[in-house]
Design a protein. Structure first.
Length: 236
């Protein structure tokens, strides 16, 4: 069965070009011309991937979800940036939850390779449906996070950062690795994205527990918790 791509592209020339070639490469294409149509089709069609023009608010809404709406908040999103886009635009796109960013003008073959790579990552099975580290429990299928038994709603990228850290709670993850695994960066970038998200996530956790989580290892990166805390959790 062919995979469905939601093409949210208001420019007729670019949209028609992509629709024709992606269909030739075996994808089922649905088109959306504006923000509300994109969200309506995301809910009704439940595509395997969204190829989005630079309406970054759509990406944020897809990731955060909305009351009464039922699209898959984990649907992969690739943003096609404007020709005038710069590094700040790229960082903002990842902050709002996109999985990849392709600047224009682009080569179709490169875009196709990016689409296939993102789809492969999204199809990979999770090693564990439930992650637990200290007082933190993450239910991956439902995206529910609880801390000491209390629900903690999280924005998409803070959730992604917490999940990555929780896969190896005492391991120190380099910032470059977190940028690659959570934000999809393919090369080192000078950005405070990891630090700002880690700071906000730490504050949210601190509202529910006195246990220190999201620890900064200066000059390296972040770990979720100290080994001593992990040992205590196992002992209990």
């Amino acid at each position: 069965m062919s995979q469905a791509l939601l093409l949210a592209q208001p420019e007729e020339g670019v949209g028609s070009f992509l629709e024709r070639h992606l269909a030739d490469d075996g994808y089922q294409i649905v088109r959306a011309d504006d923000e509300e149509a994109t969200l309506e089709l995301a809910e009704r069609v439940r595509p395997d991937l969204v190829l989005l023009a630079t309406e970054l608010d759509v990406c944020r809404r897809l990731r955060d979800g909305e009351p009464g709406r039922s699209w898959d908040r984990r649907v992969p999103v690739i943003v096609l940036g404007d020709q005038e886009a710069d590094a700040v635009d790229r960082v903002r796109a990842f902050d709002r939850g996109c999985d990849d960013y392709v600047s224009r003008p682009f080569h179709y073959d490169e875009l196709l390779a990016r689409i296939r790579a993102v789809l492969r990552r999204s199809d990979a099975p999770f090693p564990d449906d439930v992650l637990q580290a200290g007082e933190i429990v993450i239910d991956r299928p439902t995206r529910c996070v609880t801390v000491a038994g209390r629900l903690l709603p999280l924005p998409a990228k803070e959730y992604g950062l917490l999940v990555r850290l929780a896969t190896a709670p005492t391991h120190v993850f380099a910032k470059e690795d977190l940028l690659r695994d959570v934000w999809g960066y393919r090369s080192a970038a000078r950005t405070r994205t990891v630090d700002s998200h880690a700071c906000r996530l730490r504050r949210r956790l601190a509202e529910l527990t006195e246990t220190p989580y999201i620890l900064n290892e200066w000059g390296v990166g972040y770990r979720l918790m100290l080994p001593l805390l992990a040992e205590r959790a196992v002992a209990r």
